[in-house]
Design a protein around this ligand. Structure first.
Ligand SMILES: Cc1cc2nc3c(=O)[nH]c(=O)nc-3n(C[C@H](O)[C@H](O)[C@H](O)COP(=O)(O)OP(=O)(O)OC[C@H]3O[C@@H](n4cnc5c(N)ncnc54)[C@H](O)[C@@H]3O)c2cc1C
Length: 362
C-alpha cells in the first residue's frame, strides 16, 4: 500500500504471495493515534474515552489528543487489495512459500508449485519458532474475542474498556477488553500474558462468566469469534537477512511488553519506503531510541517472567499516576527521557531497578 502510494516506487514489479486469499474477518485491530492515519477511511469505530479497571485502581480516562480506533481485518484486506488491483504491475499469487534464500544480488523464493527471484523480498513468515536463549524471555499474549449482539441496549458506545483486571489472575496477568461499537454490539476479549496457552474451553468459560456476571448480560448471540497468539519477547527477530527484509511480527514489530503491533508495523513500513526513496535501498540503522525502548521492554518482561510483581499492579500504578498522553507516548516508543522517568517513578523502583540492572549487566 505504501509502495504504491509513492510515485518513485509505484511502478516497481510487485508480486504478493500468500498461502490463501485474505477473505476472512480473522482479526480486529485496535490502536491509538493522534491524527488521521493511512487507514482512516476504514476505521470502524472510534473512542475518545477509555476505562481502566483493577482491584487497586479504576478510572475513566479522556485520552485526547489520542483517539482509540478499531479496524476489521476483512475491511483492511479488501481496502488494500482493491487499491492494489488498480496497478497492472502488482500480481497476486496464492501458494505456500517453502524457502527464501539470498543468491548473489537476488533473492530466490521457492513455492510449493513455482519459483521466483527478486531484488528484495519483504517477508512476514516466521519459518520456525525461534529458540529462546538463556536470559531472554518469551511470554505469549493469547486471547479469545467474541463480538456479541444483545437484544436490548447494553453498551455505551463512547467508552471502551481498555483493560479490566478485575478478573481472576490465577493464570498470570489477565484482563478483559470490551469495545462497544453500538448500543447492542461489542467485542469482548479475554487476554492473558503467560507462558502457556489455556484450553479453548477456558477462554470460553471466562468470556461467558464475564458477560453474565460483570456486564450483566444473559441474552446475547455471538456474531464473530477470533483467537490470537502474539509473542511478548526480547529475543531478536532480525530485521534483515541479506536482501530479505523481515516485516511485521517476523521483523520484531510486536512490542515486547504490550504485544501491540499494528502501529509499529505501520511505522516500520513507512521507514522502509522512506529509505527506498532516499537511499535507493530498504535498510535502516537501529537507532538509540529503538535500543532504549527494547531495554524498557526487557525490564518489564523480566519483572513479569520472574513474577516479581503482577501485571495488574504494574498497569494500575502506571494508569493511576500518569496522564493518558504520556502513557500512550510511552507505549508508542515516543516518550522522551523526562516522560520515561515519570512512568518509571510510578512503579515500585526496587523491583524495576533490580530488573534494569540485570538486563543491562547480566
Ligand atoms: C486475532 C488477532 C487480533 C489482533 N489484534 C491486534 C490489535 O488489536 N492491535 C495490535 O496492535 N495488534 C493486534 N494483533 C497483532 C498483529 O497486529 C497482527 O498479528 C498482524 O496481523 C501481524 O501482521 P504480520 O504481517 O506480522 O502477520 P500476518 O498478518 O499474520 O501475515 C502473515 C501472512 O503470511 C502468510 N503466510 C504464513 N506462512 C506462509 C507460507 N509458508 N506461505 C505463504 N504465506 C504464508 C499468512 O497467510 C499471512 O497472510 C492481533 C493479532 C491477531 C491474530
Amino acid at each position: 500500500m505504501r509502495l504504491l502510494q509513492t510515485p518513485l516506487l509505484c511502478n516497481k514489479q510487485i508480486l504478493v504471495i500468500d498461502q490463501t486469499p485474505k477473505n476472512k474477518n480473522d482479526r480486529t485491530w485496535c490502536f491509538w493515534e493522534t491524527e488521521a492515519g493511512l487507514f482512516e477511511p476504514i476505521v470502524h469505530h472510534r473512542w475518545h474515552d477509555i476505562q481502566f479497571l483493577s482491584q487497586q485502581f479504576s478510572n475513566t480516562i479522556s485520552i485526547a489528543p489520542y483517539t482509540y480506533k478499531m479496524i476489521h481485518g476483512l475491511e483492511f484486506y479488501n481496502y488494500v487489495i482493491h487499491f492494489a488491483q488498480q496497478f497492472s504491475n502488482v500480481t497476486f499469487k496464492y501458494d505456500t512459500v517453502k524457502s527464501i534464500v539470498n543468491k548473489d544480488k537476488r533473492v530466490e523464493i521457492k513455492l510449493e508449485n513455482d519459483a521466483f527471484t527478486a531484488d528484495y523480498v519483504f517477508n512476514s513468515i516466521i519459518f520456525k519458532q525461534p529458540k529462546v536463549p538463556k536470559g531472554k524471555y518469551y511470554l505469549l499474549q493469547h486471547f479469545k474475542g467474541w463480538v456479541i449482539n444483545t437484544k436490548t441496549p447494553a453498551f455505551n458506545t463512547n467508552l471502551a474498556t481498555f483493560m479490566d483486571f478485575t478478573v481472576s489472575q490465577q493464570h498470570g496477568t489477565t484482563f478483559m477488553y470490551v469495545m462497544p461499537t453500538s448500543a447492542t454490539q461489542a467485542l469482548v476479549e479475554y487476554t492473558l500474558f503467560t507462558e502457556e496457552l489455556l484450553a479453548q474451553t477456558d477462554y470460553e468459560n471466562a468470556l461467558k462468566h464475564y458477560i453474565q456476571n460483570k456486564l450483566d448480560i444473559s441474552d446475547y448471540t455471538i456474531e464473530h469469534e477470533e483467537f490470537g497468539i502474539i509473542p511478548m519477547t526480547n529475543i531478536n527477530f532480525p530485521k534483515y537477512e541479506g536482501r530479505i527484509i523481515n516485516i511485521g511480527i517476523a521483523g520484531g514489530q510486536a512490542k515486547g511488553s504490550s504485544g501491540y503491533a499494528f502501529q509499529f508495523i505501520q511505522k516500520r513500513t513507512a521507514q522502509i519506503v522512506a529509505s527506498l526513496v532516499k537511499n535507493q535501498h530498504p535498510f535502516t540503522k537501529t537507532t538509540f531510541l529503538e535500543k532504549k525502548f527494547k531495554l524498557y521492554d526487557s525490564v518489564l518482561l523480566n519483572v513479569l517472567h520472574h513474577k516479581k510483581l503482577n501485571g495488574d499492579t504494574i498497569f494500575a500504578d502506571i494508569l493511576k499516576k500518569n496522564n493518558a498522553k504520556i502513557i500512550f507516548r510511552f507505549l508508542d516508543n515516543n516518550s522522551n527521557l523526562c516522560e520515561d522517568l515519570q512512568i518509571m517513578n510510578s512503579v515500585p523502583t526496587s523491583f524495576f531497578l533490580k530488573a534494569a540492572l540485570q538486563e543491562l549487566f547480566l
